[in-house]
Write a protein that binds this ligand. Structure first.
Ligand code: ATP
Ligand code: MG
Length: 330
């Protein structure tokens, strides 16, 4: 039995990429492990938004988590900002991390380059330091495994480095060293309009991602208009045929079928058939999630479930923080 955690930032509505890269692997692990799943609202502050939007996204994300099938008996589901130990430990970790190692993070380099081509005047400090908050999210719960998409692997490595450094200084048993848990095939779902980029919920182009709250007919249109190539040959080749390969990956992940079997299934068929069958499996998923979502969102039942998660996460993390404070001399 392992301890496992993952979180999704509330920078937009949870996408099919988040579902396949983060939620589905968590659901698959739920029965045999001790699970923590949180709504990363503090991480979302790195991307400015107005209060009303943020509140709505937090509320939607909580209902989506349970609608996807997290069982409150097996998985502690909580809202990050409701558990203060996360920010408290993040400060301590910041003081044990260098600006050099944080500014080498690819996510920081990419996202800060987008915000500012000259200097750092418009780059929020949080964009540089959020990996230490992420390290706190993990280290507070003595986590063994973190299911993440490929984009986050480097941050798990950083978490291990900080933990090792502090274990060497304050005692080997201070932190458990976490490992990332990725599935190489499904770890990266690509943007529907530019399949060389990863699908992101914060993308400006609505057609580039499928949100779990998209109406099924809207999702179908997005898949039908997704960018492929002009060869009309269904083959799995992410380098030369990124659009087609992405559709194959989505189908394979949602049907739990091997890539080779999916390619065989579509052998000799055209892109129209591929898109229509991928849309069928995606729409089925969306309908299931949205039916449960609609019965839960904004209800007392949902708030009670979140309170249960908050209480359990607070207990565990406060205990850990107390130990850390003692070890480092606070
Ligand atoms: P943002 O654009 O705001 O960064 P995001 O869609 O990248 O949003 P995150 O909140 O950063 O979502 O990531 C949540 C989880 O989903 C992480 O584990 C991340 O690795 C995974 N994830 C994000 N995008 C994808 C994707 N396209 N394919 C597979 N997994 C993904
Ligand atoms: Mg991201």
């Amino acid at each position: 039995m392992k301890k496992i955690i993952t979180g999704i930032t509330t920078t937009g509505t949870i996408t099919l990429g988040n579902y396949i890269g983060a939620i589905k692997p968590m659901l698959d692990l739920q029965n045999d492990n001790e699970m923590f799943m949180f709504i990363a609202d503090l991480h979302a502050l790195v991307t400015p938004s107005d209060a009303k939007d943020l509140r709505l996204r937090i509320s939607n994300a909580s209902a989506i988590y349970f609608a996807c099938g997290f069982d409150p008996k097996r998985t502690t589901v909580f809202i990050q900002s409701e558990v203060p130990a996360h920010t408290q430990l993040a400060w301590i970790l910041n003081c044990h991390t260098t600006i050099g190692e944080l500014s080498r993070m690819t996510q920081f380099k990419d996202k800060s380059a987008k915000k500012s081509s000259n200097g750092t005047e418009t780059v929020p400090t949080g964009l540089l330091t959020y990996p230490t908050l992420m390290a706190a999210d993990i280290l507070l719960y003595d986590i063994d495994l973190v299911p993440v998409g490929k984009d986050q692997k480097q941050h798990i490595e950083l978490t291990r480095n900080i933990a090792t450094r502090m274990n060497n200084k304050y005692g080997k048993d201070l932190f458990t060293l976490p490992k990332e848990y990725t599935n190489d095939v499904t770890a990266k779902i690509m943007d529907l309009q530019d399949p060389t980029k990863k699908m992101s919920k914060s993308s400006d182009n609505q057609k580039s991602f499928i949100s779990l709250l998209d109406k099924p007919e809207v999702a179908r249109k997005k898949i039908n208009s997704s960018v492929t190539d002009s060869e009309n040959l269904i083959k799995y080749d992410p380098v030369n045929k990124p659009g087609v390969s992405n559709l194959i990956t989505i189908y394979s992940a949602l049907k739990n079928e091997k890539i080779d079997d999916v390619v065989k299934h579509f052998d000799g068929k055209n892109y129209g058939v591929l898109k229509s069958e991928v849309a069928d499996v995606v729409c089925e998923l969306l309908e299931n999630i949205q039916t449960k979502f609609n019965t839960l969102v904004g209800t007392k039942e949902l708030r009670d479930l979140l309170d249960r998660g908050k209480q359990r996460a607070t207990e565990i993390s406060n205990k850990k923080l107390k130990l850390i404070n003692e070890k480092i001399g606070l």
